[in-house]
Design a protein around this ligand. Structure first.
Ligand SMILES: [Zn+2]
Length: 412
């Protein structure tokens, strides 16, 4: 198949080419990138589709998802393992309509992501690439304790990591601060977590939003820090220097701020139906400065050269599934260019996941995970809301509002 569009954004954070086309091979890889007319002439047998005034770019990565986060459903009592699996499946499938072809799951119910991947390998389902942790881990009574593993002390932390690696975890997720300035894990526990992961050759991400927890996580040497809401310029510089990537999850905190504010203003703080929101309402005081922290500092942190990776982290009842285009739009509103924002969802995540030789760029030899959106994306990030085509390994999985499975059967 030859896919052509007026603009081609490679995903490297700089390059936008014009009037190019991409030829995908039978092996699911990008076989050739060249001028439209040249490719058409050289490969006359190939199906050719020109999307006109549109932008071709790599399929996007959402680096912070919870595919199986069912806890905020009002009828959570209905959610047994089978329903949780189906919930996670439809969550994963929704990725395509957002142009997402890879996700990193940062804690889901035990075994769900592993089984989804197996189902995809067997051809039962068509879903994005998944890289996943097992359930996260926190100290006893720490952030998320109702949903993640509670482990205390460096050796229990190591033991839990060993168990998770045994059961197929590809990353590890630690949670250590929550809405207060008191760090949860001690430095000794954080150091043990990172050491055990790196010794085993896997990477480790940590939930940390406040100080001094953020500094402790930088000192421990995590691979990614999630949220880091109240980080300072000095933290950003240290992270840039140490190669620790940052998943800001701007939208998650902004949405919480907006919903809490609306509830307080319009409903006079009336009880809400979502247990997660009920808890969050108590933390309204946190979200206002959180929202401002991203808005006021995102650009100066970005400018330190820190590796930013885009993630959505949506867990509330009826929150949009994987709203990555909106996350990238916030980044642009807060000062970076659309081309730079796209890099946080393409080549940056690929490097963090160690799959840069397979995905994350429009480049010959890489997987043909491709996205076409209407208009000139380099000028207007909201073009991401107009998804024309998504391919996964050269196979069409979404086109003009229709999701495809198998070799092109209509699914919805
Ligand atoms: Zn999360």
């Amino acid at each position: 198949m030859i896919i052509a569009a007026r603009y081609l954004m490679t995903g490297d954070g700089r390059s936008v080419l014009e009037n190019k086309a991409v030829l995908t091979g039978a092996d699911g890889k990008i076989k050739r990138i060249g001028a439209k007319e040249t490719l058409r002439k050289d490969f006359p047998e190939e199906e050719y589709k020109d999307y006109g005034d549109a932008t071709l770019l790599p399929g996007l990565f959402d680096m912070h998802v919870h595919l199986a986060y069912w806890y905020s459903q009002p009828d959570s009592f209905n959610y047994g393992p089978q329903l949780v699996m189906l919930y996670a499946l439809q969550h994963a499938q929704s990725a395509f309509e957002r142009g997402i072809t890879s996700v990193r799951d940062m804690s889901s119910a035990h075994g769900v992501c592993k089984n989804l991947k197996l189902a995809a390998e067997k051809g039962f389902v068509t879903i994005p690439h998944i890289t996943h942790t097992d359930t996260g881990m926190c100290m006893s009574g720490g952030h998320g304790w109702e949903e993640v593993a509670q482990v205390d002390g460096p050796w229990e932390v190591r033991r839990e990591i060993r168990r998770q690696v045994r059961d197929g975890a590809e990353w590890v997720k630690i949670l250590t601060t929550h809405r207060s300035h008191i760090p949860e894990y001690t430095q000794e526990e954080l150091d043990a977590a990172v050491d055990e992961c790196h010794r085993r050759g896997i990477k480790c991400g940590v939930h940390a939003g406040t100080n001094p927890g953020i500094q402790m996580c930088i000192d421990a040497g995590f691979d990614t820090i999630e949220h880091a809401t109240f980080m300072t310029l000095d933290h950003a510089k240290q992270m840039a220097e140490k190669g620790i990537a940052w998943t800001p999850t701007i939208m998650a905190y902004t949405l919480l701020y907006d919903i809490c504010k609306e509830n307080l203003e319009k409903n006079a703080g009336a009880p809400v139906n979502d247990p997660v929101m009920q808890k969050e309402m108590k933390d309204y005081q946190y979200f206002e400065p959180a929202y401002r922290a991203y808005k006021e500092h995102f650009k100066e942190f970005y400018d330190t050269g820190i590796t930013v990776i885009a993630g959505t982290d949506m867990v509330m009842y009826q929150s949009p599934l994987l709203p990555l285009p909106r996350e990238l739009q916030y980044m642009v509103e807060y000062g970076i260019t659309p081309v730079q924002a796209i890099q946080t969802a393409t080549s940056n995540p690929a490097k963090v996941l160690g799959v840069e030789d397979e995905r994350g760029l429009v480049k010959e030899g890489l997987d043909a995970d491709l996205l076409v959106v209407g208009g000139d994306l380099s000028k207007d990030i909201t073009c991401l809301n107009d998804v024309k085509l998504v391919t996964l390994g050269g196979r069409k999985v979404f086109e003009n509002g229709i999701r495809y499975v198998g070799t092109g059967n209509m699914f919805m």
